[in-house]
Design a protein. Structure first.
Length: 365
């Protein structure tokens, strides 16, 4: 059997490989990707962590058969696989044997076609999850704040929004997501007042950190359920450290390398901790045996006394690396250094997102 090449015309990272992922699953074949480039500068276009220990295009985050993403066509398999690549790169595989299919973006839907017919037609729901049908939102309404621009969550890194959808569907809830761009948050953060919960996501844009820290500082004194993921957890930890007198200017080194006080510092051996690793926890509200990681910075161990003084506890760690934090005095205030959203699937939501929405659904009296 020869490979099936899918030429994908998606102009945004979040849609790249969506039809190929579903087609590979239907055929029971492994999925490979020839790494695409995009015309615009998308900070998180290649931020999906895979078990092989590197990051691939974010639109592949829902694939269960993805094996590798490569940059050289000679590294692609010669049989029994689905291979997705940008339509603009079709000449790079001109000499390779295999059938060609076309993944086409049609504004509000995606189509997979051969030369004669449509093989798949997909539509997206409110959470950016693509499927052959469009389920209606139902159940109790929750207003959830998600830090970041809507276009970034829908067009660049779709996993966090999709994970919220997986949990909401499983709980028969309707999560109305309010996107909160960190650069345009109000001085008094009144945007938080009407919310049932807020998520501080990960990301590669350091411009988001100041706004995330402000939100994290505000939630330290509220009962608003708060979940931080990777960069979001770093913002929460920094907010906690800043509660100690003399430490109000703490900032991650990745944001301000020349600052006098760093809440997060690079690993001494300059490692890039990337892949799926075991996760040992003690204070989180859900069993999480493993976690996707993608970080080069760690909590500054010299600031552990200030973290403790804020009341924040370490809820997960690997050796002396802080993996998770919690504030036990609040109903739900948890952050993890990893990316639990990448393990979430429709019908199998991640337990941390389930716990977050349950906390949002059942606020303290």
């Amino acid at each position: 059997m020869s490979p099936i090449f899918i030429l994908d015309d998606s102009p945004v990272p979040a849609r790249f490989g969506v039809t190929a992922s579903l087609w590979a699953s239907q055929l029971g074949l492994p999925l490979w990707s020839l790494r695409p480039d995009f015309d615009r500068d998308f900070h998180d276009s290649h931020q999906h962590v895979i078990r092989a220990g590197y990051c691939v295009t974010s639109g592949l985050c829902r694939s269960d058969t993805l094996l590798q993403e490569v940059t050289d066509p000679t590294q692609l398999p010669t049989q029994d696989a689905v291979v997705v690549l940008s339509a603009s790169q079709m000449q790079r595989i001109a000499m390779l044997q295999g059938s060609r299919l076309h993944s086409l973006t049609r504004h509000d839907r995606l189509e997979l076609r051969d030369d004669n017919q449509t093989l798949l037609q997909l539509v997206a729901d409110d959470y950016g999850r693509w499927s052959t049908f469009h389920p209606q939102s139902a159940g109790t309404l929750l207003r959830i704040g998600l830090i970041g621009r809507e276009n970034d969550h829908r067009q660049v890194y779709p996993a966090t929004l999709a994970a919220l959808g997986d949990a909401a569907t499983a709980l028969n809830l309707r999560a109305e997501v309010h996107f909160l761009p960190p650069a345009s948050l109000s001085a008094d953060l009144h945007e938080l007042n009407s919310l049932h919960g807020v998520v501080l996501p990960g990301g590669a844009s350091m411009a988001a950190v100041a706004g995330q820290i402000r939100v994290a500082e505000a939630t330290l004194s509220r009962t608003l359920p708060t979940l931080g993921l990777c960069l979001g957890m770093q913002s929460m930890s920094t907010a906690a450290v800043r509660q100690s007198k003399g430490f109000e200017q703490a900032i991650p080194a990745e944001v301000a390398p020349d600052a006098a006080l760093h809440s997060f510092i690079a690993f001494e051996d300059a490692r890039h901790r990337c892949g799926v690793l075991p996760f040992t926890f003690s204070g989180l509200p859900a069993a999480i045996p493993e976690m996707h990681y993608n970080h080069r910075y760690r909590f500054n161990p010299s600031l552990l006394p200030q973290l403790a003084a804020s009341g924040v506890k370490i809820s997960a760690k690997t050796g002396d690396i802080v993996e998770g934090i919690s504030l036990p005095t609040l109903p739900f205030w948890h952050g993890v250094q990893g990316h639990p959203e990448l393990l979430s699937r429709a019908g199998a939501p991640h337990p941390l997102f389930i716990a977050f929405l349950l906390a949002a659904l059942n606020p303290p009296a």
